[in-house]
Design a protein around this ligand. Sequence first.
Ligand code: PRT
Ligand code: ZN
Length: 286
Amino acid sequence: MERLKIAIQKSGRLSDKSIELFEKAGISASNASSRLLFASSPDFPIDILYLRDDDIPQCVADGVADAGIVGENVIWETGQQVEVAEKLGFGKCRLSLAIPRDANYNGLQWFNGKKIATTYPNILKKVLADNNINADIHVINGSVEICPVIGLADAIFDIVSTGSTLLSNGLVEKEKMVNSQAVLIKNEKLSAAKQEILDKLLFRIHAIHAAKSNKYILLNAPKAKLNDIIKLLPGMKSPSVLPLADSDWVSVHSVVQEDKFWGIIDELRAAGAQGILVVPIEKMIL
Ligand code: PRT
Ligand code: ZN
């Protein structure tokens, strides 16, 4: 039987989240003792390959792995031909231009003629060309943020998430150029059998994502107000309404979107709902 080989980061910022995603999808992916190639659950034909993140796009493009989880920034930098099957919503960061705090900044043209240190020369080249800036790119592998202090560069182009690394090195983020997050990539020419396995995995990932952005809500409603309350709860189809011992009241069950949640709670209370319980959803199949 065909198996799908998926490359994930061996150890780094994306490792735990990648393993967690597989675990939630019912695929056991962590095996601390043999972190090389791990044949996972016998009931789901997926093998996990643990690699440096920089090697993942090429392995997937070459077919050494069928799919992989990696930051978009790494795909763009390596320029490998792979297909993005799903955005995963973790490992979010941005690639920004940052300069010393005391520099006299006057907009993007400030970078003209300057020396910019980065580990992402290819992305930077494109960013500079798109903005008609002529600057020197100084490629460095690691600790980019110290370059301005030690006089190796005038500015940096690097990944930023909280911004605290910039701050502690006396730098200010001036231009946010690109956003990145972890994505599931696949080889462009997967066999039909492998694509079928990937589709099953994607189905599970969609159920996990849907569950994460929704909450299960239970509440007690006076029968007299039931219609008003139901209007506030779209649910998956329509809310379930169950009788309670007190015949003037019913129990209403539904699903609400996380981002609309607080607004809906306020409206429900105003409409007479009581005993509102909100619980996380484990998986959600639409
Ligand atoms: O060993 P390997 O090559 O596999 O890993 P790596 O060291 O190259 O990558 P790793 O594990 O650091 O990051 C993997 C991926 O996580 C990156 O390619 C990004 O897609 C994503 N990511 C998300 C980040 C960050 N957030 C991040 N903050 N990658 C790096 N950083 C760095 C940033 O450059 C800065 O120096 O973390 C530092 C702290 O950031 P602040 O802004 O929170 O202070
Ligand atoms: Zn790396």
